[in-house]
Unconditional design. Structure first.
Ligand code: 7TS
Length: 406
């Protein structure tokens, strides 16, 4: 293994603690990842030394804050290989990015009779905004079916794709199942009928390098906190010509060029979509998270993560009384399961007593739970600091859980 796990873990101060008298085994990375010292320090340094409002240009601190804030935008641009810095809109996370597209692009472009396709495995963040929009515009939200293994049925997608479909909005990696969707194929198919494509990348960006130009998606929304950055921060990528044509999503300071009671003209990209004082420390923290990820050989990192997940899947297959939910050929980061005779909430609580943090419930993805006829699962989700030892700890924990369930 080319991966020095002890050295990596040492960069995450939160991991070296005891929970309920046991060493913490943190397997809730799908909800949020922990933060390395470089990210924590970048945020603290900003507040200690540079704090000022950005883009005001009136004094040295404001200039420094602006340089760091815009430097972070450039880091995020490089991280996803966007062609232009104006294509990176700061948001407070994946959810806001999707809402921005729905209520700016969607309200402007969708009419009665138009269709938005999503998959059945979407997070609520990629369902509810479209339902709200459907209520306002008369467009229709149509779910793409998912097969028993937890994969989008591409033949069914072909049947659904016609000129009524104006947008396909699909998750890159499912937070509930771990499925990695074939977004390249989906984008190509959608474009062939003239539809735009939005990718929910919340669970994908931490795992392997992303190239939005090669992917040719129209929008890509993601959160800092799922890639070792701070909460309440994220970015939306959009193709420049689309963003230019879109109306503002929210009004306020900074997003304008001139304001008078006769009318207002708007600022250039990306500021048109960034009214008000932004989350400056959050952007700087997100930039630091990008640099943290870039400090690794990303291929080796992806191999390490795949090794840990494959090991977990192997152990799960051999584990009596465990049923995996989601058995896609291509998956990342997530092991979702049920244990015979154990309600997920009870299993989660009994694991927590042993210092093992997992998430239980519907994972904000109720439609895919309904698809499987269940109400929730136990979900262990992995990050770069997890190893096979954490998987062993999980299964040793489950052995103990079973003794309580008898
Ligand atoms: N999309 C996916 C696929 C997600 O997993 C999440 C958060 C979101 C969107 C929303 O991201 P946010 O940063 O705007 O909140 N998923 C989870 C989860 O699985 N457990 O807690 C949050």
């Amino acid at each position: 293994m080319s991966f020095d796990l002890a050295a990596i873990r040492a960069q995450f101060p939160i991991l070296s603690q005891q929970v309920n008298g046991k060493p913490l085994v943190y397997l809730d990375n799908g909800a949020t990842t922990q933060k390395p010292n470089v990210v924590i320090d970048a945020i603290c340094d900003y507040y200690r030394h540079d704090n000022a409002n950005v883009h005001r240009g009136a004094h040295a601190l404001s200039d420094r804050a602006t340089a760091k804030f815009e430097g972070a935008r450039e880091s995020v641009r490089r991280f996803i290989n966007a062609g232009h810095r104006e294509e990176i809109i700061w948001t407070k996370g994946t959810t806001e990015g999707i809402n921005l597209v729905a209520f700016s692009w969607g309200r402007d472009n969708l009419r009665q009779g138009d269709r938005v396709l999503v998959s059945t495995m979407e997070h609520h963040a990629n369902i509810v905004p479209w339902q709200l929009l459907a209520g306002q515009t008369g467009c229709e939200l149509v779910p793409m079916p998912v097969d028993d293994r937890g994969q989008i049925d591409l033949a069914a997608l072909d049947d659904l794709l016609d000129e009524r479909v104006k947008l396909v909005s699909v998750v890159h990696v499912s937070n509930a199942l771990g499925t990695v969707n074939p977004v390249e194929a989906i984008i190509e198919k959608a474009h062939a009928v003239g539809a735009k494509v939005l990718i929910d990348g919340a669970q994908a960006v931490a795992h392997w390098p992303l190239d939005v130009q090669a992917l040719d998606c129209d929008f890509y929304s993601f959160s800092a906190h799922k890639m070792y950055g701070p909460t309440g921060m994220g970015a939306l990528y959009g193709k420049r010509e689309l963003l230019q044509a879109m109306p503002p999503f929210m009004g306020g300071g900074e997003m304008i060029e001139t304001v008078s009671f006769a009318g207002t003209t708007y600022n250039a990209l990306p500021y048109k979509f960034e009214p008000g004082t932004p989350n400056i420390a959050g952007a700087i923290g997100m930039g630091a998270a990008v640099e943290f990820l870039e400090s690794f050989d990303r291929k080796a990192l992806a191999e390490h993560e795949a090794d840990v997940l494959n090991y977990a899947v192997e152990r799960a297959h051999q584990y009596e009384g465990l049923r995996l939910i989601g058995e896609a050929d291509h998956r990342a980061g997530v092991l979702s399961f049920l244990l015979d005779g154990g309600h997920p909430a009870d299993v989660g609580m009994l694991l927590d007593q042993q210092g093992i943090a997992v998430r239980t419930g519907n994972h904000c993805a109720m439609p895919i739970m309904q698809r499987y006829g269940i109400t929730g699962t136990v979900r262990a989700s992995f990050a770069l600091y997890n190893g096979r030892d954490d998987v062993d700890a999980l299964f040793a924990g489950l052995d103990k859980v079973k003794t309580f369930l008898l």
